[in-house]
Design a protein around this ligand. Structure first.
Ligand SMILES: C[S@@+](CC[C@H](N)C(=O)[O-])C[C@H]1O[C@@H](n2cnc3c(N)ncnc32)[C@H](O)[C@@H]1O
Length: 277
């Protein structure tokens, strides 16, 4: 998927299901979110760009951390997600939200930090996009973001996928290495090279493994969550209802093995990436 397809997806079905499932997505990644926000350590009066801010959950957290004397600029190219972010941030004068490609050149030069929770893996020319973002930082400004490690280190994706594949008429081809998408920055050597080419210094890439909460109301809620979001939503959309039912049964069997007191969790692994201007 190139940049245009990403824009279409996040403005279309992908963005709409993220709006619908915003609270559950936030719950799923809550542990990751807390860790990356702590690592950024946003301070009162700072100015921060939230790249690919989506529905604005981390924009809100950053706005509270910087206070009314600070500023948070949320960038995203998804209109449905930004609509929701605008509603959620309406009472916070320190927040502004802009629609557009976050990888394009910008005029700002004085931000203290660039931040992202899973919003920077979709650039089709990542070195150029990160270089443009870097120029928005003041001297000494910092970069902190979260991106996924590879599928094999993310059982919350790979195990449901293994259940689903036998039901597809043909196995989808594996994505090209480093292709824009959720796993676009999974290769840490590649990410380091991208950031270094973009002009960042002191690059650190640390692993973070935590539980992803796929449901808090029993196995059926986790099955529903999994069916409605990518990749399952995309891969099953043209299948006959009888096949979809079989896939739901396979997910049910899987999630029953990972359920405790109504919570379905599977491990996930991300990278926390930091750098400096
Ligand atoms: C996986 S979602 C993460 C959203 C949000 N950061 C969160 O954690 O809930 C990725 C977000 O990045 C946005 N995005 C991806 N590429 C982008 C780009 N080049 N410019 C602006 N937004 C982008 C998408 O529209 C989407 O909202």
């Amino acid at each position: 998927m190139g940049n245009l397809e990403q824009q279409e997806n996040w403005n279309g079905p992908g963005g709409q299901s993220w709006v619908r499932y915003q609270e559950r997505i936030d719950r799923a990644v809550q542990a990751f979110s807390a860790a990356v926000l702590q690592r950024l350590g946003a301070r009162s009066s700072e100015s921060i760009i939230d790249v690919g801010c989506g529905a604005g959950t981390t924009t809100l957290a950053l706005a509270h951390a910087v206070g009314e004397n600070g500023k948070v600029l949320g960038l995203d190219f998804s209109e449905p997600l930004l609509d929701l972010a605008r509603k959620r941030c309406a009472a916070l004068p320190q927040v502004s939200l802009q629609q557009g490609d976050a990888g394009q050149p910008r005029t700002e030069r004085d931000f203290d930090a660039l931040f992202s929770r899973f919003g920077v893996m979709f650039f089709d020319q990542p070195s150029i996009a990160f270089a443009n973002l870097r120029r928005c930082l003041r001297e000494g400004g910092r970069l902190t973001f979260l991106c996924w490690q590879g599928r094999d280190n993310n059982p919350w994706v790979s195990q449901p996928m293994a259940c689903l594949l036998p039901f597809l008429p043909e196995t989808p081809p594996p994505p090209a290495p480093h292709a824009p998408g959720a796993f676009g920055l999974a290769d840490k050597d590649y990410t380091r090279a991208v950031l270094s080419e973009a002009g960042f210094k002191n690059i650190e890439i640390d692993p973070l493994t935590m539980d992803m909460t796929l449901g808090t109301e029993g196995v059926p809620s986790a099955v529903d969550f999994n069916m409605k979001l990518s990749p399952a939503a995309h891969l099953t959309k043209d299948l006959p209802p009888s096949t979809v039912k079989k896939i739901e049964a396979a997910f049910t069997e899987l999630f029953e093995q990972h359920e405790s007191q109504g919570h379905v969790t599977l491990p996930g692994s991300a990278w926390i990436v930091t750098g400096r201007v």
